[in-house]
Design a protein around this ligand. Structure first.
Ligand code: F7E
Length: 329
């Protein structure tokens, strides 16, 4: 039975990946921060066979202990402060966890394997935010980086550390450069979920308006369930490598609003949406569109859920959640 250790198990991707690996027959270990983490029951409900370990990306010795307990064949580093908007306010902490955390996980593997790093396969959750002020469109593995947020800078550090450990120690280390990926499990602070939850609540008479920032921002949005499959595929190859994972399509926040409101029968959403400068960012990334040709050719990966299906899935799930929370509606 292969063994996998996942950091960031409580996040959207951690849950989908844990479910995928458990279904494939893996023994799955999830790393959690702090005792009595309130998200532990959610993880245990989604992945009943999960074994939870305590550890912190700021603490190398806790990572070494996690390696010793889990004895993993594969390590997936999904743990991070992942909200870009917050990273300007928590720049130092973002660097510490999202950036230095990657180095600590790599060091923990190096120490645990006594420098024979190829024994443990490593996946780093890199991000399209590394492209930032883009040098070419669409973006591919060879596109130069120009991050535009403390989050993007920290992810770029983690990406290059992953490449560096591959080149220095022969680590089987892969970096997945993932474009935005969403689902009904997305956190409420991200724009897709903020919109789909807001639409559900407006349809049920629980909320009047959604406050948003830049409506002209565009993203390449895919379904998180598809993207974790790509993470696993990267670690099953003969050689490690870096892969862009994306749909190759771009949509604006306005497109997102069109599809989400149409799902509840509203064609003109303008009365329900207000812009608030609070949600604008000090610097925006340019047009992010990924070219996932390498993933298609080498991994045989392609996205299954397209934009409209994704947004409708999220609104449907939020209607159900909000109805349960307010049964009188
Ligand atoms: O913003 C605009 C905002 O916060 C998307 C993370 O998973 O993907 C994610 O990062 C866009 C931005 O995601 C609001 O300005 C407008 O242009 O949903 P988001 P993100 O920053 O793209 C990458 C690949 C990651 O790696 C990250 O970890 O939407 N926007 N109005 C808004 N965004 C938010 N959050 N809230 C608004 O009210």
């Amino acid at each position: 039975m292969p063994r996998a250790l996942i950091t960031g198990i409580t996040g959207q991707d951690g849950l989908y990946l844990g479910e995928l690996l458990a279904a494939k027959g893996y023994e799955v270990f999830g790393m959690l921060r702090g005792q009595n983490n309130p998200k532990a029951p959610i993880v245990e409900a989604a992945i009943p066979s999960i074994q939870l370990l305590e550890g912190d990306l700021r603490d190398l010795s806790s990572l070494i202990s996690a390696m010793e307990i889990a004895q993993p064949d594969e390590v997936y580093n999904l743990g991070a402060i992942s909200f870009v908007g917050l990273s300007w306010k928590l720049a130092e902490l973002t660097g510490e966890i999202t950036g230095m955390g990657v180095l600590r996980v790599l060091e923990a593997i190096r120490i645990h394997t006594q420098n024979d790093m190829s024994r443990v396969r490593f996946y780093q959750a890199s991000s399209s935010e590394m492209f930032g002020k883009v040098r070419e469109t669409p973006q591919r593995e060879a596109t130069a980086f120009h991050p535009r947020s403390p989050y993007g800078v920290a992810k770029t550090f983690g990406h290059y550390m992953t490449v560096n450990y591959r080149e220095s120690y022969g680590a089987f280390a892969c970096s997945g450069i993932l474009f935005n990926h969403e689902s009904p499990r997305r956190g409420y602070e991200f724009v897709t979920r903020k919109v789909t939850r807001g639409v559900a609540r407006i349809a049920l008479g629980l909320q009047e308006k959604i406050e948003l920032g830049n409506l002209d921002a565009r993203r390449d949005w895919g379904f998180a369930g598809d993207y974790v499959e790509a993470m696993w595929l990267m670690l099953q190859q003969d050689e490690p490598g870096d892969f862009v994972i994306a749909t190759g399509e771009t949509h604006s926040i306005r497109d997102l609003l069109d599809v989400a409101f149409a799902r509840v029968g509203v064609n003109d959403w303008t009365p329900y949406v207000v812009q608030n400068p609070r949600f604008f960012r000090p610097a925006e990334v340019d047009l992010l569109i990924g070219d996932a040709t390498c993933a298609r050719d080498k991994l045989g990966w392609k996205p299954q859920v397209e934009f409209r299906g994704l947004v409708e899935m999220m609104v449907t799930a939020d209607l159900e959640i909000e109805r349960k929370l307010s049964p009188q509606r």
